[in-house]
Design a protein around this ligand. Structure first.
Ligand SMILES: [Zn+2]
Length: 196
């Protein structure tokens, strides 16, 4: 594999490296750093870089299995696209129903509920006990949507991501670590433009 690297020099103290979403490698280096030192730094990181690129490619392939022009996806299942379909309307009903069932099952309440549009988060939980869910949660396989709802409701008890919080999540969702990883593959959905 041949690596193409862009070196960006600026007034900074340390060297950093990242693989962007297009698979391009960007190295940010201090103005005065010797080129050979930068090259050595990149060489040392080669196996890490290759791993990142493979991971990007895997995620890209994963996202290509979805065809939003032809299908509507509801809780992981594909349906032929309907003319007046709206993800937001569907999410409003489906996610509320699911949240109510889960809230009862784990005995953690929410006071209000809201569908949100966000390119960053699947959901949030406020200190006023408002559960907000990204409408795109309705597209995910049901076990991932359930994980998100459990995660947010657990913030009712722990407003952080401490070990105590994760213990609580584990109680209701023993395989949360696997689900979290799977959810990561769907991050392309978050970044994607609004879906009708
Ligand atoms: Zn959280």
């Amino acid at each position: 594999m041949k690596l193409s690297v862009t070196i960006i020099r600026s007034k900074r103290k340390s060297i950093s490296l990242r693989v962007n979403e297009a698979g391009k490698i960007e190295v940010r280096a201090p103005l005065k750093m010797k080129t050979e030192d930068i090259e050595r730094f990149i060489k040392d990181k080669t196996s890490w870089i290759k791993k990142q690129i493979n991971e990007n490619e895997r995620k890209n392939l994963f996202s290509k299995q979805f065809d939003f022009e032809r299908y509507n996806y509801i809780l992981g299942q594909a349906f032929d696209k309907e003319p007046n379909f709206s993800y937001k309307n569907r999410a409003e009903k489906v996610l509320l129903q699911l949240a109510q069932i889960i809230s009862k099952a784990i005995n953690i309440e929410f006071k209000s509920y809201r569908i949100i549009t966000s390119k960053r988060v699947w959901g949030t939980f406020s200190n006023k006990k408002e559960l907000s869910l990204n409408y795109k949660c309705v597209i995910l396989p049901e076990n991932l949507t359930r994980y998100i709802i459990i995660h947010e409701l657990c913030h009712s008890k722990e407003m952080n991501h401490s070990p105590k919080f994760w213990n609580l999540v584990r109680k209701f969702c023993p395989d949360y670590k696997i689900l979290k990883k799977q959810l990561n593959d769907y991050s392309f959905l978050l970044k994607q433009k609004d879906l009708k």
